[in-house]
Design a protein around this ligand. Structure first.
Ligand code: CP
Ligand code: NVA
Length: 299
């Protein structure tokens, strides 16, 4: 039976920690120009129903660096776009490739695909979760500040796919999470409840940021919500990560954003463009963390 990575709960806490450590080793190897052909001649199919820069480039570069190959599949060019069932596509791709990464809308799509796939399936973002981003975020925190266990994180903004993955990360990596979101934009109640008292909604963003070790935000309107942009700008006014908000956090606090960012909306330019901003390390670590994931699932 193939292992899949549809949410952070698909790996044990121990496996996730090992994976972050392995990502660090792969980063060093990459920096030193050493390559290991761990995935020699393995092929990853990448299905993208939404746009991407980081996810697409990091998976494709990562597969090449590990000695394999990746192929980009868009609904415009495949029979998926013409209505071929997910189940049939999963059965067929399973016989040709060694792994499948999917970025799509409904989370059920990746679940259905995985249920009919004999090869590992990786969630490259759904409306509900973005687990690959959390691997990179955790690697980045560990690199800059050490273990995140027992730390406190503030999520400022929408209770979206990234927020849900932070809730799961709080469970798996054992940190506290305060979620500051406007009314009506809360994370899924079931996902939140499953995390117990580790995660709590704190309406006021300034109060949520008080003394925290990490401040995280994301766009106010995610892919697929473009028509709600104006309404969301109103709802999220007051939820920008500003220098004043960062000043409420611990003086060693990091700021993270999965990118792409909208300066002047969810984050002030002074915060994201600060000389010590770690968002570029965070983006780079998509490459290293996912190489560790590909090795774990496919080697
Ligand atoms: N953070 C992230 O997933 O970026 P892309 O949408 O560019 O892949
Ligand atoms: N929440 C964002 C994340 C993009 C990487 C979205 O789903 O569009």
């Amino acid at each position: 039976m193939a292992r899949h990575f549809l949410t952070l709960l698909d790996l044990t806490a121990g496996e996730l920690r090992d994976l972050i450590a392995r990502a660090g080793e792969l980063k060093q190897e990459h920096r030193q120009g050493r390559t290991s052909q761990i995935l020699h001649q393995k092929v990853l199919a990448m299905i993208f129903d939404k746009s991407s820069t980081r996810t697409r480039v990091s998976f494709q570069a990562g597969m090449t660096q590990l000695g394999g190959a990746a192929m980009f599949l868009s609904p415009n060019d495949t029979q998926l776009g013409r209505g071929e069932p997910i189940e049939d596509t999963a059965r067929v791709l399973s016989r040709m490739v060694d792994g499948v990464m999917i970025r799509t809308f409904a989370h059920e799509t990746v679940e259905t695909f995985a249920a009919h796939s004999d090869v590992p399936v990786i969630n490259g973002l759904t409306d509900l979760y973005h687990p690959c981003q959390l691997l990179a975020d955790m690697q980045t925190y560990f690199e800059h500040r050490g273990d995140i266990r027992g730390r406190t994180v503030a999520w400022i903004g929408d209770g979206n796919n990234m927020c849900h993955s932070y809730i799961n990360a709080a469970r798996q990596f054992d940190f506290k999470l305060r979620i500051a979101c406007p009314e009506g934009y809360e994370p899924d109640a079931g996902i939140l409840a499953a995390a117990g008292d580790r995660c709590a909604i704190v309406r006021d963003p300034m109060a949520a940021a008080e003394g925290v070790d990490l401040v995280v935000t994301d766009v106010w309107a995610s892919m697929g919500q473009e028509q709600e942009q104006k309404q969301r700008e109103k709802a999220f006014a007051g939820y920008q990560v500003t220098p004043a908000l960062m000043a409420r956090a611990d003086k060693e606090a990091l700021f993270m954003h999965c990118l792409p960012a909208h300066r002047g909306e969810e984050v002030a330019a002074e915060v994201i463009d600060a000389p010590d901003s770690v968002v570029w390390d965070e983006a780079e670590n998509r490459l290293h963390a996912q190489k560790a994931l590909l090795e774990f699932l496919m080697a």
